[in-house]
Each structure stands twice: as structure tokens, then as C-alpha cells.
Write a protein of this length. Structure first.
Lengths: 446, 161
């Protein structure tokens, strides 16, 4: 079942004529001419669509929080600042099929009563920004953007805004600050963007994939979308698969397939690269807890783990993880968990905006301590020190970057403590090029 | 450096960009215009940033504090080709460290340095959202994916011509 990527391999699908020949923009006509904005919102609510950027908050509910004071403009801002390590799905979708996002932007903006909308794209993707701007011009030329779209009386202007290289701008209030031409420092909440967002006006910020899904929901109905998936994990999800698998890439999966199928089936990742064994997976982007092979494939209760929000988080952080952004990073037995944790810790150290002391200082400490463990200078007390620092960052910051920085460190120690100990106790072995810890009796060392 | 003024064509574009935002909110054009300025003058010198401030009727400090926050803006002179390689997790899993070490050896410079002939600068950057196609680096707008030592050599050869 494919919703977002059904036609992604059709030649020239990035041009509006080919896109429309394949059914594209039909949702715009349907929504603007046959439905009221509230009816569109109602379908999105019924669909159960959850925010695809990582938080998983129901999209329809987020929309219903939007304040609508008389005479004040409202804005829809698309979060295309995709920067979470392991995640490259929005990049792929906008690059291959820009009109899929633009169609969703029109439908969603209509539902929210926004007459100006912005797509905030990370600045490194300047070539994708060019693709989007060309596609937007095509949509203007066809009367799908601008004044009185398709004679419906609805006006919408759509612009692309480049970022400047800052992970923090994926946090919605930092993104709005950035869009106002400022440093990307997250705002204190409340007020939430739904009340005071862009230029202090009511604003909804949604991820690329969430917005893109709304056109299918308009065309087919919220119930049809909700019929895909399992429980509260409805619809399809783009998964960015990377690391030691046979076929890295972006896959659209119906939520609810097993993790085992996703990793080993030829339809998806195609299994672990030849001659190697699965050691660990980071299932939802760098910030979610890493899980060892046995816990990613089955829950602690022994059930097959599914690609759903609920199943991946089954067991809490003790034995579970999160679906997050769907950045699925696979590691085989050649991967050093300490090194990988260090690369993530360095990332958060670099990306902390510096506003809150626990995050600004804590991410630096974790980076420093992990660096010395990795380079044979670790001390016995370092492991507990890392756990302690992670705990003191978590929950003590304005935005979730603090949590995102502490979870991967805490989880790596939770599940691979022996590997950290080995680095500290045997620095002469651990610092040899290519040396990796092998745990006696683990499935990945057999 | 001659007087810092955008060519007429770019000035037209600046006007169009400012028109994307409501009246009085022209500061929102800062990031797009900094990108244009860097494309024009290679790096954001204080003079360039002062010029950008004048275009937007904001104070120079408002430009400095923004340009120094975002990693894409070069606050020091750079070489003709700026190679920005992704050092984050998934690219490292795919052998990134070896490939980037090779790049540094080949150009005989470290991260953050420029070759003596002014041809290349190497910068280390965070995740470029291309994890399944790693190791990855970027030169201006172009992404170079699935890098190997051999591929790096080919790219450097080509750009050295």
C-alpha cells in the first residue's frame, strides 16, 4: 500500500503535467470546491494521521488548536528542516516528487484558513529548494496557487524559505524564530504556535510527510486512511533505512509490518549485508534509544515487534524505543557502539543552541567523556558519570533537544554497558584500528 | 575587493524575496539574502554583512548574530571549492572516517583549512540528510554520495583541472 510514493518512479513526475496525469492535484479541486475547511479537518482527524516529524502528535488535533481571531492572518509552515541523523525521507520525497508536498500544502492551508504558507527547507538542500520553487511556479501557472484558486474564491501564496544549517530549527518554535530572520533559539511555551506563532500570529507547523498525506486523505476519506495500519498507528510511514543492510533507501511501509520483515524482506531492506549479523538498531533517528538485535525483533514479553508507534515503544525505555522520525539505522557486529554513541553525542554538542545550561554544558561533557573512553583514556567512574549527566539534562531544558541528546547515551550504556567497560578496562585492545567488542554468547557473535 | 553591491539582477531578486513577507517583516529575508551574498562573495565578511543589513534596514549586529549561529555561513575566507563532509553516525558506519582521512591526506590539509593554492577548503559538518547514500559530502549545492577513496580522487582530479 503506497500513498506518498505510488508514482515516485514515474519519469518526470516532478513536472506538473506528468504529476496531474497520474492523478495529482485532484485533492485540490475536491477540497476547495466540494468541502468546507472544517470538513477537511474532520477527515484528517478521522484518519488518525500522526505527526511524521518525530513527535507523533495527531495532526487533526493540532489543527483544531489553531486560534482564529477575526482579522488576524493564520499561517501554515511546513517543517522541511530534516536534520535528525538517520533521517532522509523528506529530502527524498521533495527531490523526487515536489508536487506531492505542494498539493498537500494547498489542501492543508485551505483547511486552516491560511492565505500565505511557507516551506522551511534546510539550507544545505539548495538543489531541492530550486526543484520546489520550479514546481511552485508551475502550480501558479496552472491556477493552483495565487488568487481565486480554480475559481473557488480561495487565495494562497506559497514560498520556500532556506535555513542556514542548524538542527535546532527542526524544533517548531526555533523554526519560527529562524523564519523571522533570527537565531534559532526555541521559545518558551506556552504560548504555543497555534496561538502565537509566526510574527505572533496563529500558526501550524507540520512535517513534510504529514502534510503530503493530507491530499490522499481528502481524496479517499479519513476512514480509508485509518483502515491501513494497526490501532493508533494508522496509514503509511516513510522509513529512511541506512547502515549495514543490503538495500539502504527510503521505503513507504504500511504501519504494522514486523520489524523482522522490514529488515530481512527483499521488499524492504533485504537483510544484513553479506556474511554479517544484526547487532543493534536505532529505529527512529539518532535521538531514540538504541536496541540490541534481540529487543528490536521481539519485545521483552516475547512478541514480534511491529513497525508502529506503540509496539516500538513497548516496554518503555527499559526494553523499548520509539518510531520517531523513522530514521532506521542498522548496525552489524562490526559496529562499535562506543564510537557510534560518540558520533551522536558530538552531533548534539554541536547542535545545542546554548540557551539552557543543562544542555549547553551537558552535551559538551558527554562528548568529552565519550571521546576519552573511545580513545583509551576512559576512567572507571566515567560510565556512571555519563548516566548522571544524561539524567540531569533530561527534562530540564526549554526544548526537547536536551532529551534527544541524553537518550542515545543512556540507552547505549543500558544495553551495551559491557562494551563501554571493555573500552575502559582494555584500552590497548579497544584502540586498535577496527577492533570491536564481542560479547560471549550474544546472537551477533555466534 | 571592489565596492560591495549586488548586480542589478540579484537586487531584483532581493526585492522579490522581501515581498514574500508582510510589510515591516523584511528581516525574515535575512537567511535567503545571506545565501545570495555568500554565493556572490564566497564568504560573509563584516563588509558583506553590513551591506546585507543596509538592504534590510536592520542593524549590523542583527546580521552578525544570525550569520554566526548558522553553520552554513563562512565567517572567514574559504577556497574556491568548499568540501563539506558529513561526520555523523550513519556516514561513519559506512566507512566515512577512512574516506574523509583520505580526502585530507590527498589535499594535505586538515578540517577547517584551505590548500595553499586557494583551491580547496575542507569543512566537517553534521548530518546532511542523505544517510542511506553515505558517505556523503557536499560542494556548494551538489551532493556527492556513496563516496569511496577512488571516487574522492576522481572528484578532486576533476575539480583541479
Amino acid at each position: 500500500m503506497k500513498i506518498l510514493t505510488e508514482h515516485i518512479d514515474v519519469p518526470n513526475i516532478d513536472t506538473i503535467d506528468v504529476f496531474m496525469k497520474n492523478g495529482g492535484y485532484s485533492a485540490v479541486g475536491k477540497a476547495l470546491k466540494k468541502m468546507t475547511p472544517d470538513e477537511v479537518t474532520e477527515e484528517v482527524k478521522k484518519s488518525g494521521l500522526r505527526g511524521r516529524g518525530g513527535a507523533g502528535f495527531p495532526v487533526g488535533m493540532k489543527w483544531s488548536f489553531l486560534a482564529k481571531p477575526e482579522g488576524v492572518p493564520r499561517y501554515l509552515v511546513c517543517n522541511a528542516d530534516e536534520s535528525e541523523p538517520g533521517t532522509f525521507k523528506d529530502h527524498y520525497l521533495m527531490w523526487k516528487s515536489p508536487h506531492t508536498l505542494i498539493e498537500g500544502m494547498i489542501v492543508s492551508s485551505y483547511a486552516l484558513g491560511a492565505n500565505t504558507s511557507y516551506i522551511y527547507v534546510r539550507g544545505e538542500l539548495m538543489y531541492v529548494i530550486n526543484i520546489l520553487e520550479k514546481a511552485i511556479q508551475e502550480a501558479y501557472d496552472k491556477g493552483l496557487l495565487g488568487k481565486n484558486i480554480l475559481g473557488s474564491g480561495y487565495d494562497l501564496d506559497l514560498f520556500v524559505q532556506p535555513g542556514g544549517g542548524a538542527y535546532i530549527c527542526g524544533e517548531e518554535t526555533a523554526l519560527l524564530e529562524s523564519l523571522e530572520g533570527k537565531r534559532g533559539n526555541p521559545r518558551n511555551k506556552p504560548p504555543f504556535p497555534a496561538v502565537k506563532g509566526l510574527w505572533q500570529c496563529p500558526t501550524v507547523v507540520n512535517n513534510v510527510e504529514s502534510i503530503a498525506a493530507t491530499s490522499w486523505i481528502v481524496n479517499n476519506g479519513g476512514d480509508a486512511y485509518a483502515a491501513i495500519g494497526v490501532g493508533r498507528s494508522t496509514g503509511t510511514k516513510l522509513i529512511s533505512a541506512s547502515g549495514h543492510i543490503k538495500k539502504p533507501g527510503v521505503y513507504e511501509i504500511p504501519l504494522g509490518i514486523t520489524v523482522e520483515d522490514f529488515i530481512y524482506s527483499d521488499e524492504w531492506c533485504g537483510g544484513i549485508r553479506d556474511g554479517h549479523k544484526l547487532k543493534a538498531v536505532v529505529a527512529g533517528g539518532s535521538s531514540v534509544p538504541i536496541l540490541p538485535a534481540e529487543l528490536i525483533l521481539t519485545t521483552a514479553a516475547g512478541e514480534k515487534r511491529l513497525m508502529t508507534y506503540e509496539s516500538l515503544s513497548d516496554g518503555g525505555f527499559a526494553t523499548g524505543t520509539m518510531l520517531g522520525s523513522g530514521g532506521f539505522v542498522v548496525m552489524d557486529e562490526t559496529a562499535c557502539i562506543v564510537h557510534n554513541t560518540l558520533t551522536f553525542a558530538k552531533f548534539y554538542h554541536h547542535e545545542s543552541c546554548g540557551q539552557c545550561s543543562p544542555c549547553r554544558e551537558g552535551t559538551g561533557w558527554m562528548d568529552k567523556v565519550l571521546h576519552r573512553i573511545e580513545h583509551g583514556q576512559g576512567r572507571k567512574e566515567d560510565i556512571d558519570l555519563l548516566v548522571d549527566v544524561a539524567k540531569k539534562i533530561e527534562g530540564n531544558t526549554i526544548c526537547p533537544l536536551g532529551d534527544a541528546a541524553s537518550w542515545p547515551v543512556a540507552a547505549a550504556i543500558r544495553h551495551f554497558r559491557d562494551e563501554f567497560e571493555w573500552h575502559i578496562e582494555h584500552p590497548e585492545l579497544a584502540t586498535k584500528p577496527g577492533a570491536v567488542f564481542m560479547r560471549q554468547g550474544a546472537s551477533w557473535t555466534k | 575587493m571592489s565596492k560591495i553591491v549586488f548586480p542589478a539582477e540579484t537586487l531584483e531578486l532581493v526585492k522579490k524575496i522581501i515581498a514574500r513577507y508582510p510589510e515591516g517583516k523584511q528581516k525574515s529575508a535575512l537567511l535567503p539574502i545571506l545565501h545570495l551574498a555568500q554565493a556572490e562573495w564566497k564568504w560573509c565578511s563584516p563588509e558583506v554583512m553590513d551591506y546585507v543589513a543596509s538592504l534590510l534596514s536592520i542593524s549590523p549586529i542583527e546580521v552578525y548574530e544570525v550569520a554566526s549561529f548558522y553553520t552554513m555561513f563562512h565567517l572567514e575566507p574559504v577556497g574556491e571549492h568548499v568540501i563539506e563532509y558529513c561526520r555523523t553516525g550513519p556516514c561513519c558506519l559506512m566507512g566515512g572516517v577512512e574516506v574523509y582521512d583520505h580526502l585530507k591526506k590527498r589535499l594535505k590539509i586538515n578540517t577547517g583549512e584551505t590548500t595553499k593554492d586557494g583551491k580547496f577548503t575542507i569543512k566537517e559538518v553534521e548530518c546532511l540528510a542523505a544517510c542511506g547514500w553515505g558517505p556523503v559530502f557536499q560542494i556548494r549545492e551538489k551532493y556527492y554520495m556513496h563516496l569511496t577513496k577512488e571516487k574522492v580522487d576522481e572528484i578532486i582530479d576533476e575539480l583541479s583541472k
